[in-house]
Write a protein that binds this ligand. Structure first.
Ligand code: C2E
Ligand code: MG
Ligand code: MG
Length: 629
C-alpha cells in the first residue's frame, strides 16, 4: 500500500489549517471561502487515504463499505472543483449576490455527486498498485473538469474584478490540478490528484490568503488595504457598524524609533478592546470597528470605549512633545452609503477640528454634507468636460479718471438646467478637491481671449484682474503655464493683474514668490485680494510685491457702520498709500458709500453701485456706453 504522496498532501493541508486558525480573521468573504476550501481539501485527502486502505484490506471490509468510501472520495474531488469556482467568484460581487447562481451551482454539484453514486465504480488492486476506474470515475473527471474550466474562464471574463496577482494565483492553482488530473487519467496507478490539490491550495495561501497580508507590519493590527476590502464588503452586504477613528497629528516631533514605539503601544492599547477590529489607516491614524449583529450593542460598546480611549490618550505617550490626537466617532455607518463616502467622510472631517475640540460625532448631517460635496465635485468635473465654466466681468471704476479702467474676472458654472451656479457654491469644493487649478486655468484663458478678441484695451480697460487660488500659487509650473497661455493667445502680460489672497494654508511661500517674480518679469502685476478679512494683515503687504490692495466688502461695510473701524481704515489707507500702492474698494453698493470712499483717497471702486458682474457681451456693451461718455 503506497500512501506517501497522500500523506504529504495531508501534511501540507494540516500546516495551512494551523496557520489559518492561529491568526485573527477580519471576516472577509474570500477568507471564509478559503477556510471552507481547506476543510474540503483536507477531507478529500483523508478519504483518498481511507479509500486506499479499504481497498488494500478489502477482504476485511464488506463491499458496501469499500464502495461507499471510494464514492465519497470521488464526490469530494468534485466538491474541491466546486470550491475553486466558489472561491473565485466570491470576488465578483454580482455573482456572489445572485441567488439563482448559488442554487444552480449547488444543484450542479448535487447532480455530479448523484451521477458518481449511481454509476458503477470498480477498483484495481494488484500488489501495491491501487486505483479506481469505471463510469463513476469518468463522471468525476468530467464534473471536476467543468468546475476547473469555469474557474479559469471566470478569471478571464471577470478580469476587471480581480487584481492580476489574484488571477494569476488562481490560474496557477487550477493548472496544477489539470496537469495532475491528466497524468492520473492516463496512468491510473499514479494517485497524485489529491497531492496536487494541496499544492494548489498552498500556492493560494502563500500568494493570497496568508493572514500576514491582511496585517500592518509595524502596528500588527489589520492594514489600510484590508480596511478598504473590509468596508467594501460590509457596504455590499448592507451590514451596520460603529466606528471610532483615532486621528493622530501628521507630524510627530521625535526620533523615528520613538515614533514607531508609540505607534506599537497605541495599536496594542486599541487592540485590547474585545471584539472590535482594529485597522491602521493612512499615516498614524487608526480605526476601531464594532460590527456585532445588533447595531444597538455596537453603539453602546463604542460609546463606552471612546471615553476610555480618550482618557488613555490624554495621559500622553511619555514624550516631551505631546502627540496630538483627535477622535472621529461614527455611531452608525449608514450615515453614508458606500465605502467611497465613508473614506470621504473621514478625509473631510479629519482636519476640521477646532483647536480645543477633541472628538466629533459624525451623524446624518455630516453624511448629507458629504453627499452634497461629492455631487458638486462630480458636477464641476462634468462642467469642465462639457465646457460649462463661464467668466463674468465686474467693472472697476477709477475715481481719478472717472472711467472704468479695469474689471475682475469671476468664474461662473452653468448648470445642466441652464441656471448659473455662483462661486460661493462650487469654489470651496473645487479648492478642496484640487479642481480649482483646472477652473483657474480655464478662467484665465477665457479672460485672455476676451481681452484680445473684444479689444478691451482700446475701450479703456487697461487690465483685467484674475483670481488665483492658493493651490495654484503653490504649483511651481504656474508661471510657465500662464506664460504659455498668453503667448498662445498673443496677449501682452501687462493686461493681466493676478489677485492673490493671504492664507494660513499656504505652506510654500517660496514657490508663490518664485511664480510672482517670473510673471512680473514678463509684465504681469499682482493685487492682494480680501484685505481686511480675518486672514490678512499689514505685514503681508510689506512682504509681497503687490501693486494693488483690494479692501474686502466687509471692511467697507464696517467703515460706514462703525466709528472705530473708521479710524483704523483711515490709518490703513494712509499707510498703504505711503507704500506707493493703489487701493480698490470692493462691495460698494450706495451713492453715499461712493462719496465716502472718494473722500478717503481710495483709487478704485468695484461694487454693485456701478454694476454687478456681467456676461462678456453685457460687459462689452457696458464699457462701450460708459467709457464713451
Ligand atoms: P472676490 O475675488 O473677492 O470677488 C468679489 C466678489 O464680491 C464677487 O463675488 C462679486 O460679485 C462680489 N461683489 C462685488 N461687489 C459687490 C457688492 O457691491 N455687493 C455684494 N454683495 N457683492 C459684491 P462672486 O463672483 O460670487 O465671487 C466670490 C468669490 O469666489 C471671489 O471673491 C473669489 O474669491 C472666488 N472666485 C470667483 N471666481 C474665481 C476664480 O476664477 N478663481 C478663484 N480661485 N476664485 C474665484
Ligand atoms: Mg477677487
Ligand atoms: Mg475680494
Amino acid at each position: 500500500m503506497k500512501i506517501d504522496v497522500q500523506l504529504c498532501g495531508l501534511a501540507i493541508n494540516l500546516v495551512l489549517l494551523y496557520f489559518i486558525i492561529k491568526h485573527e480573521s477580519v471576516g472577509l468573504f474570500s477568507e471564509k471561502v478559503f477556510k471552507l476550501c481547506i476543510a474540503v481539501y483536507t477531507s478529500c485527502v483523508v478519504l483518498d487515504i481511507l479509500s486506499i486502505v479499504v481497498i488494500a484490506y478489502d477482504t476485511k471490509y464488506p463491499d458496501m463499505v469499500v464502495m461507499a468510501v471510494c464514492k465519497l472520495y470521488l464526490c469530494l474531488i468534485v466538491t474541491t472543483g466546486f470550491c475553486g469556482f466558489f472561491y473565485t467568484y466570491s470576488d465578483i460581487l454580482h455573482l456572489r449576490e445572485n441567488d439563482m447562481m448559488k442554487k444552480g451551482l449547488l444543484g450542479f454539484l448535487a447532480f455530479g455527486c448523484f451521477c458518481i453514486i449511481a454509476l458503477p465504480v470498480k477498483y484495481h488492486h494488484e500488489g501495491s498498485t491501487i486505483y479506481t476506474y469505471g463510469a463513476g470515475v469518468i463522471a468525476t473527471y468530467i464534473f471536476a473538469a467543468i468546475f476547473i474550466v469555469c474557474t479559469i474562464i471566470c478569471t478571464y471574463k471577470y478580469a476587471k474584478h480581480m487584481s492580476l496577482h489574484r488571477r494569476r494565483a488562481i490560474r496557477a492553482w487550477m493548472y496544477i490540478e489539470i496537469v495532475a488530473a491528466v497524468i492520473q487519467f492516463f496512468n491510473p496507478e499514479q494517485l497524485i490528484v489529491g497531492f496536487a490539490s494541496s499544492l494548489g491550495l498552498f500556492i493560494l495561501y502563500s500568494e493570497l490568503e496568508n493572514p500576514e497580508v491582511y496585517h500592518d507590519r509595524l502596528a500588527g493590527c489589520f492594514s489600510r488595504d484590508t480596511f478598504s476590502m473590509y468596508i467594501k464588503q460590509v457596504y455590499a452586504d448592507i451590514r451596520k457598524f460603529s466606528s471610532i477613528i483615532v486621528c493622530n497629528s501628521d507630524e510627530w516631533k521625535m526620533e523615528e524609533e520613538q515614533a514607531r514605539r508609540i505607534l506599537v503601544s497605541m495599536a496594542e492599547f486599541l487592540g485590547s478592546f474585545g471584539e472590535a477590529k482594529l485597522f491602521r489607516l493612512d499615516a498614524n491614524d487608526f480605526v476601531l470597528i464594532y460590527d456585532k449583529k445588533e447595531q444597538e450593542m455596537n453603539e453602546i460598546e463604542s460609546a463606552v470605549n471612546l471615553d476610555i480611549i480618550r482618557q488613555r490618550f490624554s495621559k500622553g505617550w511619555g514624550t516631551d512633545e505631546p502627540v496630538i490626537t483627535k477622535f472621529l466617532y461614527i455611531p452608525n455607518n449608514s450615515t453614508v452609503s458606500s465605502q467611497e463616502e465613508y473614506i470621504a467622510l473621514y478625509q473631510r472631517y479629519r482636519d476640521s477640528f477646532e483647536a480645543d475640540e477633541i472628538s466629533k460625532t459624525l451623524d446624518e448631517t455630516a453624511g448629507e454634507r458629504i453627499r452634497e460635496f461629492n455631487q458638486m465635485k462630480q458636477e464641476i468635473k462634468n462642467a469642465l468636460k462639457e465646457e460649462r465654466i463661464e467668466v463674468f466681468y465686474q467693472p472697476i471704476y477709477s475715481i481719478e479718471t472717472e472711467k472704468f479702467v479695469s474689471a475682475e474676472a469671476l468664474a461662473r458654472m452653468r448648470g445642466k438646467d441652464g441656471k448659473l451656479v455662483m462661486p460661493g457654491k462650487f469654489i470651496p469644493v473645487a479648492e478642496e478637491t484640487g479642481l480649482i487649478s483646472a477652473i483657474g486655468e480655464r478662467v484665465f484663458e477665457m479672460t485672455c481671449k476676451c481681452i484680445k478678441e473684444r479689444n478691451l484695451v482700446e475701450m479703456g480697460v487697461h487690465y483685467v484682474e484674475v483670481n488665483l487660488s492658493v493651490a495654484q500659487c503653490e504649483n511651481p509650473e504656474l508661471s510657465a503655464i500662464y506664460d504659455e497661455i498668453m503667448k498662445k493667445i498673443d496677449l501682452k502680460p501687462e493686461y493681466i493683474n493676478l489677485e492673490i489672497t493671504e492664507s494660513s494654508t499656504l505652506s510654500q511661500r517660496s514657490i508663490l514668490l518664485d511664480n510672482m517674480n517670473k510673471l512680473m518679469n514678463i509684465g504681469c502685476s499682482f493685487s492682494l485680494d480680501d484685505f481686511g478679512t480675518g486672514e490678512s494683515n499689514l505685514n503681508y503687504i510689506v512682504d509681497m510685491p503687490v501693486k494693488i490692495v483690494k479692501f474686502d466688502r466687509s471692511m467697507i461695510q464696517d467703515y460706514f457702520s462703525n466709528d472705530r473701524a473708521k479710524v483704523v481704515m483711515k490709518a490703513t489707507v494712509g499707510m498703504i498709500k505711503e507704500l506707493g500702492l493703489k487701493i480698490v474698494a470692493e462691495g460698494v453698493e450706495t451713492e453715499e458709500q461712493v462719496e465716502g470712499i472718494k473722500a478717503l483717497g481710495i483709487d478704485y471702486i468695484q461694487g454693485f453701485y456701478f454694476s454687478k458682474p456681467l456676461s462678456t457681451n453685457d460687459f462689452v456693451k457696458f464699457i462701450e456706453t460708459k467709457n464713451a461718455s
